[in-house]
Design a protein around this ligand. Structure first.
Ligand code: FPP
Ligand code: MG
Length: 337
């Protein structure tokens, strides 16, 4: 997470010196990432730099660090830098691949790697990032960490395949949709928290608590992402509005809108879903989502997951890091980009 983002979420409620401790790790992770994206193959390096320089909230390294610190016992802090960089690199690789899958031209307000270098170069360079992340895991050398991360990567990739399978399904049910969110987003955030816990030698109960926190925050994160896909401010999200609808990907706002549509409205929506919807049609669907309470219901679902995440944290000793994990949960709900 960037220093600015942390300042924003903490809203001066926390001791700045303690927040500064997290900055330090993030600064070190950033240094490691700069080293890691270097390559003797020019395109690989350019894809890595483009993805890194586009910014991002660096939430995953922050989850690793805060989860470890929340256990409250001494541990080897340099592992957080290695593992934080590893998780951010996997995340970068997945975004590069995801932008190929979603045919996205921009992310974080910049051209995606696939738009800049073509799909093949983007996919292969993403593979390099993933492989380098695996090498970092090997350098850390903890088998349980390796197992946890590998399982999450499997879930993520399977989640993307499931998403592909349901593409074009206007009537996708909520449970199947949430299962996709679990796989493609929550499993990885869950793993970040879990490996943080493992680094600090957490008890099984603490590990479970942080897993649960990561799961719920991850689901909330993706629900908010999916709301922003419809109603976000492009200048803040850096993404084209309505991509999910244009791609025929049913997400929570649409799932909650469906039962409120008249037969005629439903016919219009179905016709345009995944089928070259224009900006005006996206705006019309978004207005319906607003006026029929589909956004409000989606937001309530995200709120409930953050509440469950905070509830899971109560199994941990009170600490500044635990407080920070709570505020990260709030940040996930408040973010607009
Ligand atoms: C963003 O979803 C994408 C993910 C959360 C997961 C991407 C995972 C893969 C491509 C498979 C695994 C790949 C590797 C390299 C292991 P989104 O499209 O809903 O969000 P967006 O709005 O940010 O694009
Ligand atoms: Mg995408």
């Amino acid at each position: 997470m960037t220093a600015a983002a942390f300042q924003l979420i903490s809203r001066n409620q926390l001791d700045p010196r303690l927040i500064a401790q997290v900055y330090e790790e993030v600064v070190q992770v950033e240094k490691e990432l700069k080293i890691q994206v270097g390559s003797t193959v020019e395109v690989v390096e350019r894809v890595g730099r483009l993805t890194l320089d586009a910014g991002g909230k660096r939430l995953r390294p922050a989850f690793v660090a805060l989860a470890a610190k929340s256990i409250g016992v001494p541990f080897i802090e340099s592992r957080l830098v290695l593992l934080g960089a590893c998780m951010e690199m996997i995340h970068m690789a997945t975004l590069v691949h995801d932008d190929v899958i979603d045919n996205s031209a921009t992310r974080r307000g910049r051209p995606t790697a696939s738009a800049e270098f073509g799909n093949t170069a983007a996919i292969l360079s993403g593979d390099v990032l993933l492989a380098k992340a695996m090498a970092l895991l090997a350098r850390d050398g903890d088998l349980e960490v390796i197992r946890t991360v590998s399982e999450a990567v499997v879930e993520m990739a399977e989640g993307e395949v499931r998403e592909l399978e349901v593409r074009g399904d206007f009537d996708l049910d909520e449970a199947s949709h949430i299962d996709i969110l679990r796989r493609k987003t929550a499993s990885f955030i869950q793993a970040c928290c879990e490996i943080g816990a493992l680094t600090a030698g957490a008890t099984p109960a603490e590990r479970t608590a942080l897993r649960s926190y990561g799961y719920h925050v991850g689901i909330a994160f993706q629900i908010v992402d999916d709301i922003l896909d419809y109603r976000g401010d492009k200048s803040k999200t850096g993404k084209v509005i309505g991509t999910d609808f244009r791609d025929g990907q049913a997400t929570l706002p649409l799932i909650y809108l469906r039962p409120t549509l008249s037969e005629a409205e439903s016919k219009i929506a179905r016709k345009r879903f995944g089928n070259a919807a224009g900006d005006d049609e996206i705006r019309m669907i978004s207005d319906w989502m607003d006026s029929r309470g589909a956004y409000a219901k989606s937001e309530a679902a995200a709120d409930a997951h953050v509440l469950a995440a905070k509830e899971a944290l109560t199994a941990l000793p009170t600490s500044v890091s635990r407080d920070l994990l709570e505020t990260v949960g709030d940040f996930v709900l408040q973010r607009n980009g």
